[in-house]
Write a protein that binds this ligand. Sequence first.
Ligand SMILES: *[C@@H]1O[C@H](CO)[C@@H](O)[C@H](O)[C@H]1NC(C)=O
Ligand SMILES: *[C@@H]1O[C@H](CO)[C@@H](O)[C@H](O)[C@H]1NC(C)=O
Ligand SMILES: *[C@@H]1O[C@H](CO)[C@@H](O)[C@H](O)[C@H]1NC(C)=O
Ligand SMILES: *[C@@H]1O[C@H](CO)[C@@H](O)[C@H](O)[C@H]1NC(C)=O
Length: 799
Amino acid sequence: MPCLPLLALLCASLLIVAHGQSSAVTPIPRKSVFHKDFHGKLFQEDGVWNYTTMLLREDLGLLMLGAREAIFALNISDVSERKSAVYWRVPEDKQRECTYKGKNADIECRNYIRTLHQINSTSMYVCGTNAFSPTCDYLTFADGQLKLGDVHEEGKGKCPFDPFQRYSSLMVGNDLYSATSINFLGSEPVVLRSSQTTLRTEFKSSWLNEPSFVYMDMVPESEHSTDGDDDKVYLFFSENAVEYDFFNKLMVSRVARVCKEDMGGQRTLQRKWTSFLKARLDCSVPEPSLPYIVQDVFLLSGDNWESGIFYAVFTPQSDSSDLSAVCAYSVSAIRDVFSMGKYKTPVSVETSHIKWVMFSGDVPSPRPGACINDAARSQGMTRSLDLPDKTLQFIRDRPLMDDAVRPLTGAPLLLKRGAAFTRIVVDNVAALDGQMHPVMFIGTESGFVQKAVNYDGEMHIIEEVQPFETPQAIKILRLSLSTGHLYAGTESGAVQMPLSDCGRYASCQDCVLARDPYCAWSLTAALCSTLPRSPDTAPHGSLLQSLKEGDASSCPQSAPVTASAVYVAPGNNIRLDCQVDSNLAQVNWHFNGQPLQTTAPKHFLYNQGLLIFNSSASDMGDYTCQAIEHVGAHEYPQVLASYQLLPPQATTPPTGQGDQSDQDQEVSFTEPPVSQITAPKKKPAGGSGELSPDQPLPNAQVRKITGLQVAVAVLTVTLVAVIGFALFFSRQRLRSRLQKARRTTKNGTAYQPASQDKTDNPRTDQNCNDSVNTVTFSRKGTSNGPAVAIASIGEESEI
Ligand SMILES: *[C@@H]1O[C@H](CO)[C@@H](O)[C@H](O)[C@H]1NC(C)=O
Ligand SMILES: *[C@@H]1O[C@H](CO)[C@@H](O)[C@H](O)[C@H]1NC(C)=O
Ligand SMILES: *[C@@H]1O[C@H](CO)[C@@H](O)[C@H](O)[C@H]1NC(C)=O
Ligand SMILES: *[C@@H]1O[C@H](CO)[C@@H](O)[C@H](O)[C@H]1NC(C)=O
């Protein structure tokens, strides 16, 4: 049986993978920037949804945005500024017709703008689903106004019927390449070139088998070609595999390509591609799994086309895992598979059953699927129409390559647990060392944008940013180098965000340990500054950056943190703030020079500091909060805050300002997060009382104890004891639960129930962040120093 070796191979590879690391450890974003601290621009319009098509018109200073029944021209430097809009609604009769065919009037029978391409300096081409009746038109922008041409061309094959179906399209010159379904049912996939000679794929499952199209781009391979080769259009998609049969339906990721000058065949493959070749795209993750599925791709162009690299995001095809991956493929590696690799061929086994195996017979010449090149020309074939039937018949029946395309470094560049990756763009950034570093911006299902790099195999997530207020999947990402901004679209809006925000790094250590290629610490300005795009113009001498090593040892010593005096009456609760810059730092508290033994219900350690309940004489003394960040073999300790707890002064000022200070210090405390000392601390970025470690802490206020306050204190003490106990017990419970959870993961089962993963897996940092984010301190008054407070506990905490 010829299928056995294949099956064995696949099982073997699964086993090899299974014996490796069974549950991949994935990086935690160093910083989390939540929506409230996000300083970007948002565009949305009432009653308009599905902002998922974009076209950058840097030449006009515009971002063209396609949504449901509307196209907007926005200021590319400030997308909240709308320059013009056109509405393209579905005529009533069309909508009625659509509902007669069984589609939902308000959802499917609308016009979703799906295709938006530039034709020339004044004209654009736009297509919409138009109530399951795809239609295209010309769009112009003149005198500050958008205008639709009212041409209403047939859009079949250029734009999907079904707004929920994935598709891809590309404009090359005046030719529109599109990959979508060409019929109402969505069952007839096609890769189409609409041009003078319209070409399409053969309707055969060996060509396209229930595909989901993801991305297309052109590579100018004719440039400096030594063999007179043609430019090529690459297409990425997933489809049902024909080459494996151990599963009913097994999806695989594919890359396919066609030649730009293809004109189809004369007799065989008339008006069909003679150059359609496809190969499996490999992206193996370090845990046993079915093949991962490509979701989006970005072509990072190099100095020449050969150094181009496709970056692709992958997610699992079953929901047994919450791991996402980025794999990169060099254009030349893909090209080699197509131009030199072996083909697969179908063979019949056991009468009706078809197996795909490697073709080992004689391959006709010219090579099937090759573009017309000098070799073909020397044989008198100048167009694909001249190709011999033998070559064409071969390719018609065998469009699949035997070899898979392997990722650049053999492994994913990034792996992450948590919300699934949806979209990717990549910027090649020149760093201070003169090297180029590809920075990946990855959108997720939960609406975060991850900014990540891979330094010689080490995965590092510089930050995660939440540009939208509510969790929503990022459906489109675009990068503009001329504005230095990223544009993200979702069903409910579009945002613009800077590629870097170096000002967010407050200290030299924070700036250098961020390992962000866009940023360097300026010793002269004592600021984390943005590097110019061309590093040659930068005054190197005074800038510090250490990307691969994360070496912050050259940073100037930051000024020692002065201890703040805190006067505490016995029985009071005290909150000592300590804000950490990095999710990767560990926090340690010291008491009188010794590591603080945090004991419940006395102490409570959380992401913003330390709580001490029912203080007594034995709690008086010096407290310091230290963050330690490890990078490689180095560790960088940094004292963030220091307090001196003192008994109340005998000369307590009388009441009077009592009210004021009371307000400053009142803290209402809801849902305390349970954190362990050893857990990396999450910082809800820019939360109240952000401490810059370089600044001396403002002096703590002296607590004033009035008669009334004493009475209140006595009452609170009682309350606190009760809550303290509740806290203690629930914490114990949670801790043992956590330990149990950890033990299970250690025992080698990589699989966790998907539903749990998405909601309360303590190891997915996204979720950690979410839970951290729910901790709210509402503090009356305006004090934002390291306030010392009686915790007048507002609500009873429930864990
Ligand atoms: C359009 O947006 C709405 C609102 O978020 C969503 O429910 C719907 O699924 C979207 N439609 C498509 C075709 O994506
Ligand atoms: C776009 O916005 C920027 C910044 O707000 C502004 O300077 C510029 O003039 C605007 N461009 C246009 C074309 O209005
Ligand atoms: C741009 O393309 C449109 C549509 O093909 C055409 O009508 C128009 O003349 C072109 N304009 C220029 C300036 O080339
Ligand atoms: C507070 O601590 C003191 C001793 O320091 C103890 O006597 C008292 O019972 C404690 N109060 C509560 C409510 O736990």
